[in-house]
Design a protein around this ligand. Structure first.
Ligand code: SF4
Ligand code: FE
Length: 483
């Protein structure tokens, strides 16, 4: 089976034995839980769109491993065109879900691990690249969704992994056996874990010799013995339980995050991609982060398209869309959004071939892309709130609108232009609330800040990649300075 349908994906998730906890209880039916389901629907869209002929070029690719047609989310990038198609695909998915569709993390981890394992094997004669190709072939043939788990809890940020008071603050090897290793620790902010079949675990920072047990990368099923998840809260998450879908703003899609615990999980040797070769931990981290910072030039732009559309609709429904300042604000939102897309495309177009043969984005531009994503969506949100008006945060619930006694008053007094129903006006304002205030936290505003690394992480990479010495020499040459 090279491509699963959306329905087959949902059914395949039912077969997993995921250990998920929420509000202090174990979730018995993860697939149908009303709080978790919108997040599953977002991943499902990566399968549904791959079935549509009009999206075939973007959503599918030819496997470099098997020659078969596969979902692009499981693809190893073979060219700069592949890198650009990835960004376009993410923009499309953002437009269709207005949420985080999660599957990019595994794609980005796969491409980072593919090239890094090749270089580790070259230096040490290990077999990590073969391990990885075997894993990825299985992923492609089954059309699995793969999570990429990088972020450790990190405890005291001033201390290295081995120096933490609690040694589990970074995931590490606690036992070495002839047939594999046992690992313990946790990965935080895991958006796609609950909706994935498999996970690629990677270290979260560069490491030194003393951190050897922490320099570990591997794959395993998400329901492996010893793994369990604790779902993160989101503002307004229980609105999904109130029987008023309108109040969620985006009734069908969303994203859910979890703290994932690895409580003494056994990893067989052939699932290991890095094991103590400390100097390669940094390479794996930087490449994964680079790919995921490119990704934000796609997904956030697609969600931005929805928000710009919602703000323009709100203006129409208020009867003010021809006001010159409203038009100008919408132009500004578009300018900012397309600038982010330009960054995503640019770091792809300037990508280069790795020693392993896949394509890596331009690291400097990928970090500039994400740095802009930590800012521009905030300005886009500010403008959307400005255009939408205060009703975004003061509107009564759908239940009030539907009430036989007070509903007619809500309907009468919250109406905008006569041609549009109050219901439709409230729907678009709820969508704006969802995207701007984070009632579906995973997808736009706060994720733009911290997803794929907080702003300072990009500034460190920009300072490393910026080639300041070369620029000083340029200035010296122009000014005829001789030292
Ligand atoms: Fe994909 Fe964007 Fe979600 Fe990351 S934040 S997994 S790039 S949709
Ligand atoms: Fe993200």
């Amino acid at each position: 089976m090279a491509l699963m349908t959306g329905e087959q994906y949902i059914e395949s998730m039912r077969k997993l034995n995921l250990q998920v906890y929420m509000f202090g209880k174990k979730v018995e039916n993860v697939v149908d839980d009303p709080i978790l389901r919108p997040s599953l629907n977002s991943v499902r869209m990566t399968y549904d769109l791959a079935q549509k002929p009009e999206y075939e070029d973007l959503m599918t690719a030819t496997s470099s491993l098997t020659g078969e047609k596969i979902n692009r989310f499981t693809h190893i990038h073979q060219s700069t065109q592949d890198l650009m198609n990835k960004v376009k695909m993410q923009r499309l998915l953002g437009q269709k879900t207005a949420a985080c569709f999660q599957r990019c993390v595994g794609m980005d981890a796969s491409n980072a691990v593919f090239s890094t394992t090749y270089e580790i094997d070259q230096k040490y004669g290990t077999h990590y690249h073969e391990n990885f190709k075997k894993f990825l072939t299985r992923v492609q043939q089954n059309d699995f969704t793969v999570d990429g788990a990088m972020t450790d809890p990190k405890g005291d940020r001033s201390k290295a992994p081995h120096a933490q008071d609690d040694p589990d603050m970074y995931l590490h090897v606690v036992e070495r056996r002839p047939d594999g290793v046992v690992v313990r620790g946790a990965k935080a902010h895991q958006t796609g874990f609950i909706n994935s079949h498999e996970v690629i675990v990677m270290p979260t920072i560069s490491m030194r010799e003393a951190d050897k047990d922490y320099a570990i990368s591997f794959c395993c099923p998400t329901d492996a013995e010893g793994i369990f998840m604790i779902v993160g809260r989101q503002s307004c998450d229980t609105r999904k339980l109130e029987g008023a879908p309108m109040d969620t703003g985006n009734p069908e899609f969303g994203g859910t995050e979890a703290l994932v615990i690895f409580d003494n999980v056994f990893i067989p040797n052939d699932q290991i991609f890095l094991n103590g070769e400390v100097e390669f931990a940094g390479m794996m981290v930087e490449r994964f982060a680079g790919y995921h910072r490119q990704s934000y030039g796609g997904c956030k732009v697609g969600v931005g398209d929805v928000l710009i559309g919602a703000a323009a609709l709100a203006a129409d429904y208020n009867g003010c869309s021809s006001a010159s300042h409203i038009k100008d604000k919408i132009i500004e939102m578009q300018h900012l959004n397309e600038t982010l897309f330009g960054c995503g495309i640019a770091c792809s177009a300037l990508g280069t071939k790795t020693k392993a043969g896949n394509y890596l984005i331009d690291m400097l531009l990928a970090n500039v892309c994400k740095q802009n994503v930590t800012r521009f969506p905030y300005e886009i949100v500010r403008l959307a709130e400005d255009i939408a008006g205060g009703l975004v945060v003061t509107a009564p619930s759908e239940i009030d609108l539907r009430d036989s006694k007070i509903g007619p008053y809500v309907d009468k007094y919250l109406k905008g232009i006569s041609a549009v129903s109050t219901e439709n006006r409230l729907k678009v304002l709820r969508l704006i609330e969802n995207l701007c205030l984070g009632t579906a936290a995973v997808g736009y505003r706060t994720e733009s800040m911290h997803g794929a690394g907080s702003p300072q992480a990009q500034r460190i990479m920009i300072s490393r990649q910026g080639n300041l010495e070369m620029k000083k020499n340029l200035a010296k040459a122009i000014a005829h300075i001789e030292e």
